[in-house]
Design a protein. Structure first.
Length: 202
């Protein structure tokens, strides 16, 4: 019988805002999660646990003793699934650190910004299944180890879809200036909260 997610240990590498929120949600749902991140995050979790809140009022509090947070890569080889949440410039270094450490049957999922990270991971981890994921919501870090998830793409989901479609179509047609223009428009809309925000900022 194939293992289910309930039987798996999920590792979160680069457990910052996105990593702690996604990992915390998985842990709250009953999954076994192991976090790998920086000392200052570990210290805040030790002090007050991991707190998750969402735009619709849901709250989850994970006590410090329930959060397996590590500041080195010890125990990484035990993970069945690995969520990579490091910043894009650190992808190559991270992949090299994973090579030869994680099991060949471990599944690696990139939850990073950018479109080239999964390919970078695949090139350095040829024995592993590497998938590209997407986090379609923002996470804001509050005081301590409190992370708040915002409404997925706010009320601009339709606009966001149209902009992405226009960018992809322009790239396919080789109209890179047009694609850049659409990307700039999306950046401006994101700046004032029309997309990618829980509320408008003007």
């Amino acid at each position: 019988m194939a293992p289910t997610i309930d039987d798996m240990l999920i590792g979160v590498l680069g457990a910052g805002s996105i990593g702690c929120y996604v990992g915390g949600c998985l842990q709250q749902s009953g999954c076994a999660v192991r976090y790998f991140g920086r000392e200052h995050v570990a210290s805040e979790i030790r002090s007050g646990g991991l707190r998750l809140t969402s735009h619709d009022g849901r709250t989850a509090d994970l006590p410090a003793e329930a959060v397996d947070f590590r500041t080195d890569l010890s125990g990484l080889e035990e993970c069945d699934v690995l969520l990579v949440c490091v910043k894009s410039p650190a992808t190559e270094e991270t992949a090299d650190a994973l090579a030869g450490v994680i099991r060949p049957d471990a599944v690696v999922i990139s939850l990073q910004n950018g479109v080239a990270n999964a390919d970078c991971l695949k090139s350095r981890l040829p024995d592993n299944t590497v998938l590209a994921g997407m986090v379609a919501f923002n996470v804001a870090r509050q005081q301590g180890a409190h992370f708040q998830g915002h409404l997925a793409l706010s009320q601009g989901a339709i606009i966001t879809g149209l902009v992405w479609g226009a960018i992809v179509a322009s790239v396919i047609d080789g109209k890179f200036k047009n694609a850049g223009g659409f990307a700039l428009a999306a950046a401006l809309m994101s700046l004032v909260g029309i997309i990618h925000s829980a509320s408008l900022h003007w």
